[in-house]
Design a protein around this ligand. Structure first.
Ligand SMILES: Cc1cc2nc3c(=O)[nH]c(=O)nc-3n(C[C@H](O)[C@H](O)[C@H](O)COP(=O)(O)OP(=O)(O)OC[C@H]3O[C@@H](n4cnc5c(N)ncnc54)[C@H](O)[C@@H]3O)c2cc1C
Length: 687
């Protein structure tokens, strides 16, 4: 029998294992009072003994009748850890290279210390035992009650979710546990997929275009079915990409193939790595988290209500995934941009044309199917499809706006009501606003004019980053490191933009180019280009180099300064004096600009109203230090690549499987990963 119990504890009690165990037992007892079935299951599992009788036994007894501590998802260990209350000693389960449990011993170590065994390196091919050792706080609060002789007679409490409740009074942690009564809890390792080696075998192959979450998780799925993934990625590996990204921030130089959005791991690599998704129905969220954990993400992502990895850790996890795929016989081709589809017969895609962006070499690749996982920044892919099969594309609602940055202390003070908390505070705000510029008459705005204005991708203790993919444009986004400890907290504030909201001139342009679905893409680009001109144009009227660049050509399209305005000035429609702009985390630099004036009216007017509403929900949100940096245009794609609901195959091109954020069917790391997995499951059924 599986039950759930939930306890609420003060943060200072988080590491008090004995207290937590007692609270859990009390919670289970309370639940059993209301359920005869549960009460009898507990009795059965404990050989007739009552929970209370076990509770009184001292933890750490070596016989099987005391409290047994274990890591979440791990089978009950055969030995017991001695953990004197209040002492510094923590524990880790000692496992051998292939995830088998060591016969009887448990290793003791101080919290935060590295484990003595070599398991923390998480060598590829080994089952990851490292996750058990990285989060002792989590492991310490999972335990089993054992009174009988077999594992099936145990009651196991497995930590499943932790969230922070900071609404009233003192902030508390809400901790949920799965309770396995009379049955063994599954181990993390049992739940992981089994990947097959395709090395040297004559097997089917699939071209995976794009190595973002959709591409990488899709490639791993293909390996489950013994299909070889051939990954084609326009950008560089993470090591080279880091250098390219540094050039954007320090010299305003943008490589259109290797940047914050393009390169190994996709847009997710140098991101916050927030793994929270509401798309639970689209797939197995737990499986995506387990795979991230297997490749090196902290075990806390398995239990945190709002899990996040951090930009400092993500590249290593992505590298571990690549190493595994290669070890099993998959291929990676970096700096290789897909430039065309090779079609035959009835619009069937047999392969792709590519260009090596470093050597200039052109090469054709062929396979049994193509997974198109190029993300929503790949405008060239939409243009390519518009030429090959315009009927494959459909205009879709997207969102555009700005990033707002506050000092972290301001947001923490608002959210935690002045209380000191270990984490940087998060927020999420939504509203519906009218503001169409069509009528220009506020009184006539009706329900049909309402659009969502909402915060998105909030980065507590984070940074605003330059995430354009073309020179001569500015796009901002946000990220944070694992510790979320920068001096700022930022979030996107974006306005829902429907196909009918696109200004006529872009619709005309798209029609003229033979694909009306591209209107939103043109609108998006126009905002990004205007932002560049606003922030990187000198008095000569020519674009100048920005950031800390030195010696660049006056007429070059370099420069990644972003246009910015104080929120208070945005609301009172005036320019912020450049010298009054606050210190920002946006490294390339900011230029004072009238965002209220040049951002499309339908966006600016609605944001204005929304900010005032947000300030009622979060008093102090509008303040002298709040800074708007523009534009945030890449929260979702303005174009959908139509695919069959059941087969995931592109409606207009056979053997082409659009997946991930660029397809328009997912958004964010986890949902894109699940979409890649789902698409590849369909490919596996068909080839
Ligand atoms: C700075 C930043 C922070 C973010 N933070 C978060 C977050 O905290 N949480 C979250 O859930 N989401 C976040 N996102 C969004 C998230 O990264 C995306 O939703 C996710 O990466 C989409 O996955 P994908 O695989 O569909 O596409 P992408 O990750 O965009 O990957 C597409 C890949 O295709 C490659 N490609 C494109 N065109 C071609 C071509 N012609 N030929 C070959 N390869 C090509 C690209 O180089 C890229 O590697 C963030 C995004 C950014 C930019």
């Amino acid at each position: 029998m599986i039950e759930q119990v939930c306890i609420t504890i003060l943060p200072e009690r988080e590491k008090d294992q004995s207290f937590i165990q007692n609270e859990l037992i009390k919670a289970l007892e309370k639940k059993a009072l209301g359920s005869k079935e549960l009460a009898s299951a507990i009795k059965g599992a404990l050989g007739g003994k009552a929970l209370a009788s076990l509770q009184t036994k001292a933890p750490g007894g070596k016989e099987a009748s005391g409290l047994q501590t274990r890591a979440p998802g791990e089978k009950t260990a055969s030995g017991l850890q001695t953990n004197a209350l209040g002492e510094k000693a923590a524990f880790s389960l000692q496992t051998c290279a292939h995830g088998e449990k060591a016969a009887s011993s448990l290793q003791t170590r101080a919290p935060g210390e590295k484990a003595a065994s070599g398991l923390q390196t998480g060598t590829h091919g080994e089952k990851a035992a490292s996750s058990l050792q990285t989060d002792t706080a989590v492991a310490k609060t999972a335990f089993s009650l054992s009174a009988g002789t077999t594992a099936e007679e145990n009651i196991s409490f497995v930590f499943s979710k932790k969230s922070l409740d900071a609404r009233h009074g003192k902030a508390k942690f809400v901790m949920r546990y799965d309770v396995y009564i009379g049955e063994e809890a599954p181990s993390q390792e049992d739940l992981l997929p089994q990947w097959k080696s395709v090395k040297g075998s004559k097997c089917k192959s699939v071209l995976v275009v794009g190595s973002g979450p959709a591409g990488l998780f899709g490639a791993l799925k293909l390996l489950e079915g013994g299909i070889k993934p051939i990954i084609i990625e326009r950008g560089s590996d993470t090591k080279t990409r880091k250098v390219d990204i540094a050039k954007i921030s320090t010299r305003g130089l943008l490589d259109s193939d290797s940047n914050y959005c393009f390169g190994e791991g996709g847009a997710g690599t140098f991101s916050d790595g927030k793994l929270f998704t509401r798309s639970n129905k689209r797939g197995n969220v737990g499986q995506v988290l387990r795979i991230f954990n297997h490749f090196g993400a902290d075990a806390s992502i398995l239990t945190d209500a709002h899990p996040h990895i951090g930009t400092d850790k993500l590249p290593y996890i992505i590298n571990a995934m690549r190493a595994k795929i290669i070890e099993l016989g998959g291929e990676f081709h970096f700096n290789t941009r897909c430039t065309g589809f090779i079609t035959s017969g009835k619009n069937s895609v047999d392969g792709i044309k590519t260009l090596n962006t470093k050597s200039g070499e052109e090469k054709d690749f062929f396979a049994d199917a193509v997974l198109l996982a190029t993300g929503h920044s790949a405008g060239d892919i939409y243009e390519l499809l518009a030429k090959t099969a315009p009927q494959a594309l459909e205009a879709k609602t997207f969102a555009a706006g700005v990033r707002i940055e506050h000092p972290r202390a301001t947001i923490d003070a608002i959210q935690f009501h002045g209380r000191k908390m270990p984490n940087a505070a998060e927020y999420s705000l939504t509203s519906q606003q009218t503001g169409s510029s069509k009528t220009g008459n506020a009184a006539s705005y009706g329900k049909e004019d309402e659009r969502g204005v909402y915060t998105f991708c909030m980065c507590p203790g984070g940074f605003v980053v330059p995430s354009a993919t073309e020179s001569g444009t500015i796009v901002v986004n946000g990220m944070s490191a694992a510790k979320r400890n920068s001096n700022w907290s930022n979030s996107a504030v974006v306005v829902e933009t429907r196909p009918e909201d696109i200004p006529e001139k872009f619709k005309e342009m798209a029609k003229k180019n033979g694909c009306p679905a591209l209107a939103g893409l043109y609108f998006r680009s126009s905002i990004e280009r205007e932002a560049f001109l606003q922030a990187n144009t000198g008095s000569s009227g020519y674009p100048i180099s920005g950031g800390n660049s030195t010696g660049s050509d006056e007429n070059s399209m370099e420069g990644q300064k972003a246009p910015a305005q104080l929120l208070e000035d945005f609301l009172s429609h005036k320019k912020s004096p450049q010298e009054k702009l606050p210190k920002t985390s946006y490294f390339p630099g900011i230029t004072s600009s009238r965002l209220d004036q040049w951002l499309p009216d339908q966006i600016a007017r609605r944001m204005e109203k929304a900010f005032k509403e947000f300030n009622k929900k979060m008093k102090g949100f509008i303040c002298g230090e709040a800074l708007l940096i523009a534009p945030e245009t890449r929260t979702s794609t303005p174009v959908r690549i139509l695919r069959d609901r059941e087969s995931y195959e592109c409606c207009a091109l056979k053997k082409l499987y659009p997946a991930g954020e660029g397809s328009g069917y997912s958004g964010g790391i986890v949902s894109s990963a699940m979409d890649g997995i789902n698409a590849c499951s369909k490919i596996m059924e068909r080839i």
